[in-house]
Design a protein around this ligand. Structure first.
Ligand code: NAG
Ligand code: NAG
Length: 257
């Protein structure tokens, strides 16, 4: 797609990139590494010059915080719309959205695109995976708060449904819109629960994804304000099989919010 070498004015917001390990209880966690900080930041010229760090607390979840940049810079220019928070599937990380060009494309269209590495993945490898539904919901609320994205559009493929679905059903007011992509865990909730939720939803799935795709569709179709986006000839990771269709369908949906 030629996005790798772009010279575009609005740069991709690269999330995540600093892992800071605090050893709160050094004796309890003797095998943890020394605090480690990496960072990647967007172009200094850019109005979306946000550097996000991931601080991994041992035994806790990663916390995100920003550099001391002026609030206006953090919120982007006047053209900026709202935040789009991207989760990822089991075999993927936030990097996937960078490689696919999704972060870039969203930024170009004026959205604040944020991709996180869920606990146990990518730069959040040191964080303990969360075993409870409440833990996962709190985790998402926490990062949304920390990123100053109180009511984002949430994009949630596959495994990340374990995080996004409880949030959708218990805190629908915290989502501007929801974009499930064959998420896992839809059957943990009853049709009536979905029917209560008014959040605008774009249901994305690959037409060849006869397992999780069709399974989740059954539940998600109960959401009253949904739009379907079947990606023809695509499998489970349908956004990777058909990135152009995925992006255009997503942009269309976002433009109506
Ligand atoms: C962007 O970040 C760099 C590095 O932290 C900083 O020097 C620069 O002033 C920032 N630019 C804006 C517009 O905030
Ligand atoms: C349904 O979602 C669309 C955005 O996709 C929004 O414009 C519309 O107001 C919503 N309808 C209801 C009844 O909430």
């Amino acid at each position: 797609m030629g996005l790798g070498r772009n010279k575009l004015a609005i740069l991709l917001l690269v999330l995540s990139i600093s892992v800071l390990l605090y050893l709160l209880l050094p004796s309890a966690k003797p095998d943890l590494e020394e605090p480690r900080v990496e960072s990647a930041r967007s172009d200094p010229q850019d109005s979306m010059n946000v550097s996000v760090r991931t601080a991994t607390l041992s035994g806790d979840w990663p916390t995100f915080y920003r550099e001391a940049t002026p609030r206006s810079a953090l919120e982007g220019g006047p053209a900026e719309r709202f935040a789009v928070l991207l989760l990822h599937g089991q075999s993927f990380t936030s990097q996937t959205w960078e490689n696919l060009g999704t972060l870039q494309i969203l930024s170009e269209h004026g959205y604040r695109a944020l991709a996180v590495d869920l606990p146990g993945y990518g730069q959040s490898l040191q964080a303990q995976p969360m075993s409870s539904e409440k833990g996962r919901t709190d985790y998402l609320l926490h990062i949304m708060e920390s990123l100053g994205a109180r009511q984002p559009v949430l994009i949630s493929p596959s495994m990340s449904g374990l995080f996004s679905l409880p949030l959708l059903l218990q805190h629908p007011d915290r989502l501007r819109a929801f974009v499930p992509i064959a998420p896992v865990g839809t059957k943990s909730f009853k049709p009536q629960q979905y029917q209560q939720i008014q959040v605008p939803t774009l249901i994305v799935y690959g037409t060849l994804d006869t397992n999780l795709g069709s399974q989740s569709l059954e539940s998600l179709q109960n959401l009253p304000n949904h739009t379907l986006s079947p990606l023809k000839g695509a499998g489970h990771a349908c956004y990777m099989d058909r990135p152009e269709e995925f992006h255009s369908s997503l942009l269309m949906f976002l433009s109506k919010l």
